[in-house]
Structures are given as structure tokens and as C-alpha cells.
Design a protein around this ligand. Structure first.
Ligand SMILES: [Zn+2]
Length: 298
């Protein structure tokens, strides 16, 4: 997976950062200039965004997303457009929970993770060079399975955002994820980062932006009244000590993650673009008011 930091895109070649340093590769484009690769790659009106390098049948393919450079990109019009966000909470019991009430269980992932640890444990006890090689093979195979699973989850999160007309998908900032989710193993941390990368990479094709917010208090705060307290959360259950709101703790957190972005936007003082958090029915605005879906308002 490449972005502008790990690759430099030119009109006729690309410079990719690899474990062996930078590698320069020429593109092999179709002769027909009307085919999308030939057309967009040479067109200065289009810029490279992200790319996915794939090895297939002995050849390397660079799948890249390109975007038309808009002249009025910085204009206030696009900034003041109404935004609807999908908040996503990441966790060890549920890999992801969206503010629409959609859950992606971590059962499958946790099962594989434990299997992998067990197999690695028994191979390590053998201790031989052969065993060491086996560990690597098992590792690579498991990683492959994890990755396919994470791709599926990423696609479904994007689908959820598109179906609900969301302009943004909001995740918690993953920088301090180990501190924020103390029970997360290194595999979980790896999975969260991967999932985020996949969503960020693929959302672009659908015109959906992916952003991160400060995750502080998102699990302790009441998404209805804003009251923040350690006692609000007990395992998977959230119960507000002030207003009595009760719901699944991860669902409450996903709404707070969406709300966190709303607040940040409001404090940015850029003319106050309206932002809503998409819920399973209707939306939540920055004052915490629930707005029912348009179809039932009449
Ligand atoms: Zn409350």
C-alpha cells in the first residue's frame, strides 16, 4: 500500500520505498491513449492519490486511484457543505462498531489469533531450525487469512457509510491505541492499523473521507447527555450515572467518536459547516439532539 509519503508518482515512472531502499519502476501503459491508465496517468489535471502494488503471475501491477484536481478546491463552498459522519469504534470483542448500530465481531479474528499462538508455541518447543521455518510459514499463512478478513470488514464499513450517505468515516486516533485499549494484543493493534489503512485507501474511490479524532473519554462519556464518569462503563454495558441512558458500550463509544469530530469542526470556527452523526435511524447533531430520518418527519 503506497501513499505520497512512501511513493513518488511521476507521469512515466514511480519511485517506491521498499525494504531495500527506493526502487524506480517505469510504467508499461497500453498503446491506446483512450484507455483509463494511459489517459489519466499522462493528464496533468489528475493527481495520484494512493496506490496498491500487486504481484500477479510474475508481473507487478500498480493499482492507483487518481483524482481530478479541482480549481476551486480551497473555496469555502466545499468547506461549508453539509457533512454526515459515520463513527467507528475499534475493540477486542468487536473489531468495529459503527454509529449506525452495525457490529463486526472479533470472534473469528480472536479464534485465529489463539490458534496461531498455540501452533507457534508448540513449534517453538521443538526449537529446531526446521521448526523456526515452520513458524514463519504458519505466520505468513495466518496473516493472509487475517488480511482477507480485514478487507471484507473494511469493505462493509465503507458500504455502511455509502448507504447512509456519509461524507466522512471517523476513527479514533490509533497513535496511543495500546494505552487506550490495554487488553489489545499486538495482533489486535496490527489489525486495527491494517483495517484503518484499508478503509482509508478504499473510501477514496467512493468520495468518502476518513479522519481520526482524539479518543479521550469516548468510552466513559454518555453519548446522550455528555456526562463523563468511570462508572458509566461496566464491561460491554454502558449505563449513564446521570441520565440513565443504557446501551452497548462499544456502540455508545462509536457515537462519541462521531460526535468528537463534530465538536472539533465546530471549534474550528470556519463558519460552522453543519455536521451530523449518522445513526441507525436518523442522525445526532452536535447539541446531542436526535433528528429522525426525513421519511418519518412528515
Ligand atoms: Zn447520560
Amino acid at each position: 500500500m503506497y501513499d505520497k509519503r512512501s511513493a513518488t508518482f511521476h507521469r512515466d515512472h514511480v519511485s517506491l520505498s521498499t525494504v531495500d531502499g527506493r526502487v524506480e519502476c517505469d510504467y508499461i501503459l497500453p498503446d491506446d491513449s483512450e484507455t483509463p491508465p494511459a489517459k489519466y496517468v499522462s493528464d496533468e489535471d489528475f493527481e495520484f492519490r494512493m496506490a496498491h502494488l500487486q504481484y500477479r503471475d510474475g508481473d507487478w501491477y500498480l493499482h492507483t486511484s487518481m483524482r481530478k484536481v479541482e480549481e476551486d478546491e480551497a473555496s469555502s463552498e466545499s468547506e461549508s457543505k453539509h457533512r454526515t459522519v459515520l463513527g467507528v469504534d475499534l475493540g477486542v470483542n468487536n473489531l468495529a462498531v459503527a454509529s449506525t448500530g452495525q457490529f463486526w465481531s472479533a470472534d473469528e479474528f480472536n479464534h485465529w489469533r489463539r490458534e496461531y499462538e498455540n501452533r507457534r508455541g508448540s513449534l517453538q518447543r521443538c526449537g529446531s531450525r526446521h521448526a523456526h521455518e515452520n513458524i514463519e510459514i504458519v505466520g505468513r499463512k495466518e496473516y493472509g487469512r487475517f488480511e482477507i478478513h480485514l478487507h471484507t470488514v473494511a469493505n462493509e464499513i465503507i458500504e455502511e457509510a455509502v448507504e447512509n450517505n456519509c461524507s466522512h468515516i471517523v476513527f479514533e486516533d490509533l497513535t496511543y491505541i495500546r494505552k487506550n485499549i490495554p487488553e489489545a494484543t499486538w495482533q489486535h493493534v496490527w489489525a486495527f492499523r491494517r483495517l484503518y489503512e484499508y478503509v482509508e485507501y478504499k473510501a477514496e474511490e467512493h468520495g468518502v473521507k476518513v479522519v481520526q479524532v482524539d479518543p479521550r473519554n469516548t468510552s466513559k462519556r454518555c453519548s446522550r447527555c455528555g456526562f463523563t464518569h468511570d462508572d458509566n462503563r461496566s464491561g460491554e454495558t454502558f449505563g449513564c450515572q446521570k441520565c440513565g441512558y443504557e446501551n452497548h458500550a462499544d456502540y455508545n463509544a462509536s457515537k462519541n467518536i462521531g460526535l468528537q469530530y463534530l465538536r472539533r469542526r465546530q471549534n474550528a470556527g470556519d463558519g460552522g459547516a453543519p455536521v451530523d452523526v449518522r445513526l441507525n435511524r436518523g442522525t445526532l447533531n452536535v447539541s446531542g439532539e436526535y433528528v429522525p430520518p426525513a421519511s418519518t418527519q412528515a
